[in-house]
Ligand binder design. Structure first.
Ligand code: NAD
Length: 513
């Protein structure tokens, strides 16, 4: 019988005392568990023990932990170099390097060392749990327990079930995570699980912006931060983590999904990686870094101008048009009325999902005298403007001057269906919808996972609901229509909820939540 009481005898074994293993050992000790930490490399478990002692010591210095409590925790830690030391553990968490054959061998050995009642889990980032445990005799007790780095700071733990994992095992793992002060979400075994999978929407759309030259990485990152509210832009994150880590993770997800274009990468992303331009650690990646490690960012050569005298306005809805009108009033610009723009007048439009070229063609506007502004993201923080090819630079400068008349910063990108932030968010939300459709996690856990696992400012489903499921669907449909690329096919989950005007968190059936 699996032990369900997390009593004072409960012992957690950790295999691998590297970055993750030592962090897991630390949070387990802090939660009051007994811990056995083993690493095959001589001296590593001892170093990890000293490291954990130092981390707990820092908490004592900051008055966050009692000195006596620290000593007691360290007294509950055993270290070793062989898996044999894990006999008697109630739960073993494997955290060795990401190598399927090695992990399989470790699980084979754990089965012979640990009692039949011990729960065995892997902290793998992306290897299928079912594949790791494929040779095991007692597969009901196998699962994934995916901690995030750095373990003591990151709240999220993904508890991953295979088709064989027993419900009691999931319950115990949720309770263990809870005791460790973590927020656990239930996830099904799936390529990159939940958070790692959904986060690819953030990276792969960003690299597409760069490949297509919608804007420079610095401009994209600025829009994502200042208009989107994300803590860091995608290129900053990739350069920080390192392309040697990010690119292979993205590539294996693309391959593991049988080349689903939703996860497709770009040649430029691969080229940078293969050229050794790995980000901060090599002094260049998507950005170049100076001797102090600061990214070198070229200023936007925006021409200074003043607002046009007359203007024709069009917004995709009343609210968007009203925003444009307010600005025109503030700048004292005369607005021409009528359904059609009179020849020669400057046109400022706020499309939804369309690029400026498509909107111009549909509305019969002169592309030389038209620019578009994003009214969905950044209206009060950083406005995004785009213009069709052939737009008059002086006219665009005048419209940018108008858009900055109330002191809000404006940045220009090249023509892009859905601009930058709505398009990026639509891509992430569409992916999140697909994960819900496939039952990889419950809607509330999808949002929780992305907020806690990747520091997203809001969950992707909540972000969709804030704009409206119908608006989100129109954005994705517009991308699908423009590019004729299956990458942007709307998820059935999004189509149904968008068409019905329901929240994106609406389950298929209430009782399945
Ligand atoms: P790491 O290289 O820092 O540590 C791995 C440790 O495992 C090493 O100390 C190594 O000596 C030890 N080891 C190797 N073979 C062993 C064996 N047979 N028995 C016992 N110990 C053995 O790796 P890490 O970054 O801690 O990653 C560990 C696992 O966690 C990987 O599966 C990784 O994908 C996953 N993960 C990593 C992160 C991260 O950001 N680092 C985040 C989440 C999950």
């Amino acid at each position: 019988m699996i032990k369900t009481q997390l009593d004072s005898d409960y012992r957690i074994g950790v295999v691998g005392a590297g970055t993750m293993g030592r962090g897991i050992a630390q949070v387990a000790l802090q939660a009051g568990f007994n811990v056995s930490l083993v690493d095959v490399k001589p001296g590593v478990a001892q170093q990890a023990s000293e490291f954990v002692g130092k981390m707990l010591g820092r908490l004592v210095e900051k008055d966050k932990l009692d000195g006596a409590a620290r000593d007691q925790m360290m007294g509950c830690l055993r270290i070793g170099t062989t898996l044999g030391e894990l006999a008697g553990c109630d739960l073993v968490i494997e955290a060795v390097i990401e190598d399927l054959e090695l992990k399989r061998r470790i699980f084979d050995e754990l089965e012979s060392v640990c009692g039949e009642d011990a729960v065995l889990v892997s902290n793998t980032s992306a290897l299928p749990i079912a594949a790791i445990g494929a040779r095991c005799a007692h597969r009901g007790r196998l699962a994934g327990m995916h901690f995030m780095n750095p373990v003591p700071l990151m709240k999220l733990v993904e508890v991953i079930s295979t088709p064989f994992t027993s419900p009691e095992v999931v319950s115990v793992l949720l309770a263990v995570a809870d005791r460790m002060g973590k927020t656990a979400i239930k996830v099904q075994d799936f390529p990159a699980f939940l958070a790692g999978n959904c986060a690819r929407g953030f990276y792969t759309e960003a690299v597409r912006f760069a490949q297509e030259r919608i804007a420079s990485p610095a401009v994209i990152d600025r829009i994502v931060r200042e208009a989107g509210g994300y803590r860091m832009g995608p290129f900053e994150v990739m350069d920080l983590v390192g392309l040697d880590v990010n690119f292979p993770a993205s590539r294996s997800l693309f391959e593991d999904s049988f080349f689903d274009p939703r996860y497709r990468l770009t040649p430029q992303y691969r080229l940078l990686t293969e050229a050794g331009m790995l980000g901060r650690k090599t002094g260049a990646g998507f950005y170049r870094y100076d001797d102090q490690g600061k990214p070198c960012i070229e200023a936007d050569p925006a021409a200074a101008s003043s607002p046009p005298k007359r203007l024709w306005l069009w917004g995709h809805d009343q609210a968007a048009r009203a925003l444009l009108q307010t600005l025109a009033d503030a700048a004292g610009v005369e607005v021409s009325v009528g359904d059609k723009a009179e020849p020669g007048v400057a046109c400022l439009i706020a499309p939804l999902g369309e690029d400026a070229s498509t909107a111009c063609a549909r509305l019969g506007l002169d592309p030389a005298r038209t620019a578009a502004v994003d009214t969905l993201y950044g209206w009060n923080t950083l406005r995004t403007v785009m213009a069709p090819p052939g737009a008059d630079p002086e006219l665009v400068a005048q419209l940018i001057a108008l858009l900055g008349v109330d002191g809000v910063a404006v940045c220009r990108v090249n023509d892009s269906p859905g601009f930058v932030m709505p398009r990026l968010q639509a891509n992430i939300t569409n992916l999140a919808c697909d994960l819900c459709q496939q039952g990889i996690a419950a809607p509330k856990d999808v949002d929780l996972g992305m907020r806690l696992g990747f520091n997203f400012p809001e969950g992707p489903l909540a972000a969709g609901d804030r704009l409206g499921a119908g608006v989100m669907l129109r954005l994705v449909e517009a991308l699908y229509d423009f590019y004729a690329d299956d990458r942007y096919r709307p998820s059935p989950w999004l189509r149904r909820r968008g068409r019905l005007g329901l929240s994106l968190s609406t389950p298929e059936r209430p009782e399945t939540l």
